[in-house]
Design a protein around this ligand. Structure first.
Ligand SMILES: *[C@@H]1O[C@H](CO)[C@@H](O)[C@H](O)[C@H]1NC(C)=O
Ligand SMILES: *[C@@H]1O[C@H](CO)[C@@H](O)[C@H](O)[C@H]1NC(C)=O
Length: 474
């Protein structure tokens, strides 16, 4: 009888083994990864049948029999015994639930650490790039402010032996010390220098303009990502409608625009990587950016230099300033912003016909001036003055040579209520519904390659499909 009681107790204990005998340990393995291990004291299989598969019913009935036996042996304590066991089980369950919550928190913390490490990795890559660029700068750029741009301008032969002469330096990162990589890059830059000296080809693929028409409707926004830091309250995100290698049509560019010294340009492989928050690259711009008016076009980032009317063309492949020019008479830093403010005085835009600047001047008395720019030199090709006041509109963009303005940046249901056609010089009122889903839209730009508007609405990167009318019906 004694033996039976002992066996029975053992089986009861074994029926709640995980809770009773489990221990939980965290440690780092050799590669520095976090390792979670659960240890459970296991009875030898023979001593008590495992609770798996078809055995479970048999086990349960045996358990019931044994329970009855125990209760008879233990006499009056039966009821409280079962109750006590239930209470104990409940307690164990609560413990397990608590442990699970804790694990969840640990996981979140680890995820955050991964993100942080990713960020640091990007910084290190950036640092490596800067180190690599430095000697070239000393040898070829006395002015010093234009980094790789001068590398391209100088003769290839002065870069070439220099880069090749220092592969494998002890302080260099693996990527930088790979001689074949160095060789490839130098050769590539040389090649590029020749290409960029040629006159710019016509900016657009044939057919883009043929498909042009008047804006008919804008879809509801699709949300791609929410910025995680306070610096992401407003910003810009874009895809190049006419990309140049090494970047492609899927590459996503992003800049958080809050802060006095905005220089970081994040590159993501595609929208999925943007959504996951893993940039493939962080470019550090040589001069700070003003506001959210930047745009990406034909392998360059075009932007307004902070506190100035200076426009810069930053070549994304060579990571250097390729052109700079003042936008004549343009108001800046709060003179003629959009209605939400944010120093949005100069807004650059791209459409089927090329590169545009949307701004105002004192001569235009705050009315929107629209200028078509030469994408290579940033010179004004042609300008139009409109009678719509820049600080009364929330944002503006250009589609097929027509300027469109948005009435409100914060109203959830607003309209695009005005358009100006550069072909005719005529303006007119329209009423195309537009949704500000997150109620603080700080950037709206058109991409003609995929017929979408890209917008930054209160930390959220969103896009809208646009529908254009049949050109024959205009
Ligand atoms: C468009 O909306 C803006 C802002 O609400 C308003 O000031 C302007 O008068 C409207 N324009 C037209 C043409 O309705
Ligand atoms: C805005 O428009 C959408 C769709 O037309 C509608 O469902 C929503 O209720 C409107 N919101 C407001 C605040 O009017």
């Amino acid at each position: 009888m004694r033996f039976l009681t002992a066996l029975c107790l053992f089986c009861l204990l074994a029926s709640i083994p995980a809770q009773d005998r489990a221990s939980f340990r965290r440690s780092n393995d050799r590669s520095g990864r976090c390792q979670y291990s659960f240890t459970v004291d296991s009875p030898t299989e023979a001593s008590c049948p495992g609770p798996g598969g078809a055995d479970i019913q048999a086990l349960q009935s045996r358990l019931t029999l044994l329970e009855a036996l125990v209760s008879r042996l233990a006499g009056g304590e039966t009821g409280t015994g079962t109750m006590g066991k239930q209470a104990a089980l409940q307690e164990k369950y609560a413990q397990v639930a608590a442990e699970r919550t804790r694990l969840q928190r640990d996981k979140e913390r680890l995820d955050a650490q991964v993100q942080e490490l990713q960020g640091r990795l990007s910084e290190l890559q950036l640092e490596a790039q800067r180190l690599r660029a430095k000697p070239c700068q000393l040898s070829s750029s006395p002015g010093g402010s234009l980094q790789g741009g001068d590398q391209r301008a100088s003769s290839g032969s002065s870069i070439f032996p220099h880069l090749v002469s220092r592969p494998g330096g002890p302080s260099e990162t693996a990527g930088a010390s790979d001689p074949s990589w160095q060789f490839g890059r130098a050769a590539y830059q040389e090649f590029k220098a020749e290409v960029t000296e040629l006159p710019a080809p016509r900016p657009n693929r044939k057919g883009d303009e043929d498909r042009c028409g008047e804006l008919v409707s804008v879809s509801d926004p699709e949300t791609h990502r929410k910025a995680d830091g306070i610096s992401g309250k407003y910003g810009m995100w874009l895809q190049d409608p006419n990309p140049i290698a090494p970047y492609g049509p899927k590459t996503v560019w992003r800049m958080d625009a809050v802060g006095a010294d905005v220089r970081q340009l994040f590159a993501y492989e595609d929208k999925e990587q943007l959504a996951r928050g893993f940039p493939t690259k962080v470019l550090l711009l040589p001069e700070p950016v003003e506001s959210t008016g930047a745009t990406v076009y034909r392998g360059s980032l075009y932007y307004q230099r902070r506190r100035s009317r200076t426009l810069l063309r930053y070549d994304l492949a060579s990571e250097s300033v390729a052109a700079r020019r003042d936008l004549p008479h343009a108001g800046f830093h709060g003179q003629y912003p959009y209605s939400w403010g944010g120093y949005t005085d100069i807004d650059l835009a791209v459409d089927e016909q090329g590169l545009w600047a949307i701004y105002s001047t004192s001569k235009a008395k705050g009315g929107i001036v629209l200028s078509q720019l030469d994408p290579h030199s940033l010179e004004i090709r042609r300008s139009w003055e409109t009678n719509i006041r820049k600080n009364m509109v929330a944002n503006a963009f250009v589609i097929c040579g027509r300027l469109y303005t948005l009435a409100s940046y914060s109203a959830p249901n607003t309209t695009i209520n005005y358009t100006f056609d550069t072909a005719t010089g005529q303006s007119k009122a329209v009423a195309i519904p537009f949704r500000n889903l997150y109620r603080y839209n700080s950037m709206v730009d058109y991409n003609y390659a995929n017929r979408k508007l890209y917008a930054w609405d209160n930390f959220h990167m969103v896009s809208y499909d646009v529908q254009l009318g049949d050109p024959d019906n205009i």
